[in-house]
Write a protein of this length. Structure first.
Ligand SMILES: [Zn+2]
Length: 397
């Protein structure tokens, strides 16, 4: 018995050895995939730590000291990664509150054009400080917003052979609702910051430019994104100063927005409660807007992200849908290919109560488990993989 096993083992080793040699030869011929190496540099603990860092500024509501402190902190992090920063300045004077009768109308469709189905629970923005049971957090969020000057920060990885062309990778750093805006949109902000960190490593080269943008004032109607477009659209692709090889505003090739990345516990249950855990079927929702001027190009970009998810994301798949809405990619969608990545579809799912923390005091770091954080990490793997491919990322020695 023992002898026969030994014989079998030697036989197996010999045949395995031949296969291994063939595989080694094959591997040597095909260069290792630098994109896979870059995606492998994303870590759950680092992603969580960046979200945690953002939550020290409470809900980061626009027009407050805590929002301005968060912009400063984000900028300091981006600089420490070796990603040079700039700011967009603009003024936000909110219009008078919309009167009754405004809203989404009676078309029967959700914002973005999707059709709601199934069990729903009401949504809204919490404005009552007393709904925040944590007194320290309540005090942190107490300063009211005031009209006036605003700022947002971005940083840039300049392309080696095509510095004049770029992709914009973004999230929004402001929030509201008397929580910590951990998911909306600490999760998207941290994702963008993690990608900035990885692409800015000294051994990474990209042929094209990548801009990592953390919009402000998303919750009031994407005023930072609109200011960016207003101030910079006409500067695209212009070398300045002439002959310098510098392009302050490279031509926009596409815009990829990240807004609420972590919570996919499924449809509300018939009794109005939610499943306690991330559903096993959780996915990253990649949306374009079929009712936009760049719909065809945006859809193409969406499927590129989906393909990158299939190749590089470790745990959760991606789904593509046509109803992108209510985030900073909106102002770009008639100009360039623009998509959003989210935990769920914004219109028919988030808009119908699939995320009970949305704009609520419960959107705090402690609400989420590693299964939730991991969905955000998978979205990061998806975008990193896609953008690395689109910009021709390579690794030096
Ligand atoms: Zn958001």
């Amino acid at each position: 018995m023992r002898l026969s096993i030994l014989t079998l083992t030697i036989g197996s080793l010999l045949s395995c050895g031949t296969t291994a040699l063939a595989q080694a030869t094959e591997t040597a011929a095909a260069a290792p995939d630098p994109v896979r190496t870059l995606v492998g540099r994303l870590e759950l603990e680092k992603y969580k730590a960046t979200i945690k860092g953002l939550t020290q500024f409470g809900d980061r509501r626009q027009g407050t000291d805590r929002n301005r402190a968060a912009v400063d902190w984000i900028e300091a992090q981006l600089k420490s990664y070796g990603c040079p920063t700039e700011r967009i300045k603009y003024v936000y004077d909110p219009p008078p509150a919309a009167g009754a009768g405004r809203g989404r109308g009676n078309t029967g469709l959700a914002v973005g054009g999707g059709r709601p189905r199934g069990d729903r629970i009401p949504t809204g923005v919490n404005t009552d400080p007393m709904k925040q049971p944590d007194e320290t957090l309540r005090a942190l969020n107490m300063q009211p917003t005031t009209p006036g000057p605003r700022e947002m920060v971005f940083c840039t990885k300049v392309g080696s052979t095509h510095p004049e062309e770029m992709y914009i990778v973004s999230g929004h750093m402001d929030g509201h609702g008397w929580g910590e805006a951990a998911n909306d949109d600490g999760s998207g902000t941290a994702l963008v910051m993690e990608l900035a960190r990885i692409f800015s490593a000294p051994d990474v080269t990209t042929e094209r430019t990548i801009r990592f943008a953390l919009w402000n004032n998303e919750e009031t109607g994407s005023q930072a994104a609109r200011a960016y477009i207003g101030q910079r659209q006409a500067l695209q692709g212009k070398e300045d100063p002439p002959g310098s090889g510098k392009y302050p505003e490279p031509k926009w090739l596409g815009m990829i927005q990240h807004d609420m990345m972590m919570f996919d516990h499924g449809m509300p249950l018939p009794d109005g409660t939610m499943r306690k855990e991330q559903r096993a079927e959780a996915d990253v929702n990649i949306e374009f807007q079929s009712n936009s001027k760049m719909a065809a190009e945006s859809q193409k970009l969406a499927w590129m992200l989906e393909a990158a998810n299939e190749k590089y994301a470790t745990d959760y798949p991606a789904a593509v849908g046509p109803h992108m809405t209510n985030t900073d990619s909106g102002p770009f969608m008639d100009i360039i290919p623009a998509i959003s990545l989210r935990e769920n579809e914004r219109g028919v799912q988030i808009g119908n109560g699939w995320d009970p923390q949305w704009h609520q005091p419960t959107d705090v770091y402690a609400t989420y488990t590693d299964k939730d954080f991991r969905l955000g990490l998978n979205a990061a793997q998806t975008t990193l993989g896609a953008v690395a491919g689109l910009t021709g990322a390579t690794l030096g020695k």
